[in-house]
Design a protein around this ligand. Sequence first.
Ligand SMILES: [Zn+2]
Length: 323
Amino acid sequence: MTRSSIEFGEDIIRAGRRKQLELPIAKMASGTQVSLPVIVVHGASDGPTIWIDAAIHGDEIGGIEIIRRVLQGIDARRLSGTILAVPTVNVHGFLANDRYMPDRRDLNRSFPGSARGSLASRIANLFMKEIVARCDVGIDLHSGSGDRANLPQIRADLATPETLKLAAAFGAPIVIDAKTRGGSIRAVGTKRGKTVLLYEGGEASRFDETAIELGKAGVERVLAELEMIGPRSGWETEPQVAGSSHWVRARASGLFLSNVELGQDLELGDSIGLIHDSLGNRRARITTRVPGRVIGLMQRPLVNQGDALVNIAEDLQPVSELL
Ligand SMILES: [Zn+2]
C-alpha cells in the first residue's frame, strides 16, 4: 500500500516526493506577497514527521546552511516519515540581516501567536497551524546573538526521556538542561506534546564551518535515531551535560582583550581577559570564579560595564550517565 499524500492548501505532495511551498504571510507595502518558504520531503514509507527550522532570529543564518546540507543528502524515495524544513522563519528579519521583526518584536517570544495579532504573532500562528501541528519532533536552529559566538550546544528539557534520548543522539559537545522561555517555539512546541531540541552554534551573520558541519551531522543522527534514514556514524566526542551555566560580565567599560577560546576548560582563578580604556589604562582583570568550560564568547571588544563576556558551563557530566 502506498503512503497517503500530504496537503498544504492546494499543494498536494505525494509520498516519495519533495516540494517547495510558499505559505502566504502578508503583503509588503510595495504590494509584493511575503510568504513563509517550506520544503516538504514526504517520504515513501511511514515514519515520524519532523520540522527543522532556522533564522527565527533573522540574522542567525548558520541553520539555513545546515538545512541545505541535510536536505542535499535526503532522498524522499528512501525516507521513512516526513521532513518539513523552514529555513527562514523570520523572513522579514532575514532579508534585513536583523534578529527582530520590523517592529522590533522577537518572533521567538511571540508563540503560539494569533491570526489577528502583530505580524510576529501572525507568523507564529501560521507556523503552529501548518508546521508544528503536523509534527512529532522539532529541531530549532540558532546561532549566538549580540556579537557572541557559541560552542555547538543543545538546549533541551532533559527531564523527558524522549528529549534526553534525541539530545544525546544529536552529539553536540555540550547539552544544557535548559528551562523553556515563555513564547518561544520550543516552549510552546513542548507544551503541545512535541519533542523539541534547540541547537546553538557559531555567530549571527557569519558562517561557522565547525558549527554548521556539527549541526548537519547532529540533525542526521537524530533522523537516524528516529529510523527515518539509515544509520549514521556515532558521536565524535561524548556530549557533556552541564548542570548549569553562567555569564561572566564586564566589571568595567572598555576594550575587552580575551585570552580564552570556545571549548577551553577553566580552573578557579584562571585569567579570562583584560579590559583597558581607549587610552591604554587597565580598567579590569577578569578571572574565573567557578570552574567550567567556555561555551560562549564575546567577539566585539568594545564593552560596557555589565556586558556578558564569557558563558561558562559548570558541573559537566557525560550524557551516558543519564541515559
Ligand atoms: Zn536565536
